[in-house]
Design a protein around this ligand. Structure first.
Ligand code: ZN
Ligand code: ZN
Length: 285
């Protein structure tokens, strides 16, 4: 079963467990159904594999901007289809999405530059483009990062990936993005982090804040929510960041982590109410 089918299956299970999230699950299922038969050969990567062992030791992720090739006309075509699907699925933002669509079709927006800005977590080009088209920058960023995530995940699926066993950074070894979720798995409850963009996962020391690297156990805590077994929120009192963690020993291995992320939105609200933020990292690129 491919990644998109796994997500659809999990969404069907969760819709029964948490009917109050049905509207969000329907939207995300619709997006998954749209992506299910789409091709992403408009994005390809040719990372410098020979030098990566050295760069990796210094904390550089596999993909730098130069390693990513984006076919602009094919990407624009994909983006237009994606936007049409979002307009059909959403209840709001249709007029703004039409403006974004037109701007990609007319060449006013450079899709390759905006996807690369998402890869580099560089908000400036995204904000400038959003101002030019007169749409909220969060909307433009959502469209571009959805496309980038799909392109990178498809590239990872069709390309053998290098070993990542000695990576100990709190950001993704492949694309440099922050993790969306953590996971405890295996017999020993080994901690893994899951990238929010390219879906790479990598091992991480259990008693360590993935954002600031803090390893002092008295400032690393966690909380759980009642009736929510299998999930917890790790918090770091040093940098005031949090990370949601799935316990796969309880919920089963191989869950699609972006769906688990959606399914635990209430934990984001709880953590944020307590003054904790989703972590951001200034990684090397
Ligand atoms: Zn990644
Ligand atoms: Zn921290």
């Amino acid at each position: 079963m491919n990644l998109v089918s796994e997500k659809l299956l999990r969404l069907t299970q969760l819709r029964k467990q948490r009917p109050q999230y049905a509207e969000i699950y329907d939207f995300y299922s619709g997006l998954c159904e749209f992506l299910q038969d789409k091709d992403a050969s408009w994005l390809d990567c040719s990372p410098e594999l020979q030098s990566w062992p050295t760069r990796r030791q210094a904390g550089f992720p596999l993909l730098s901007r130069d390693a990513v090739q984006i076919d602009v006309p094919a990407t624009n075509q994909f983006l237009c289809q994606l936007i049409d699907s979002l307009i059909e699925l959403g209840k709001e933002g249709g007029a703004e999405l039409q403006l974004v669509r037109q701007a990609f079709t007319s060449g006013q927006l450079a899709s390759d530059q905006l996807l690369l800005a998402c890869l580099e977590k560089n908000r400036e080009p995204l904000e400038a483009a959003a101002t030019a088209v007169e749409v909220p920058s969060a909307l433009l960023e959502y469209v571009c990062s959805t496309a980038l995530a799909f392109g990178l995940q498809q590239w990872r699926n069709r390309t053998p990936q290098p070993m990542l066993d000695d990576w100990q950074e709190g950001y993704c070894p492949t694309c440099g993005a922050v993790p969306s979720m953590g996971e405890f798995g295996g017999e020993e409850g080994q901690k893994r982090l899951h990238c929010s963009i390219c879906a790479t996962s990598w091992e991480m020391t259990r008693i360590k804040c993935s954002y600031c690297g803090n390893q002092e156990s008295d400032s690393l805590e966690y909380f759980t929510a009642e009736g929510d077994s299998g999930y917890r929120v790790d918090i770091c009192r040093k940098c005031s960041c949090y990370l949601k963690v799935v316990d796969s020993r309880e919920l089963g291995e191989g869950l699609p982590m972006d769906v688990e992320d959606l399914n635990t939105m209430h934990l984001d609200l709880l953590a944020q109410k307590e003054g904790f933020a989703k972590g951001k990292i200034d990684q090397k690129s």
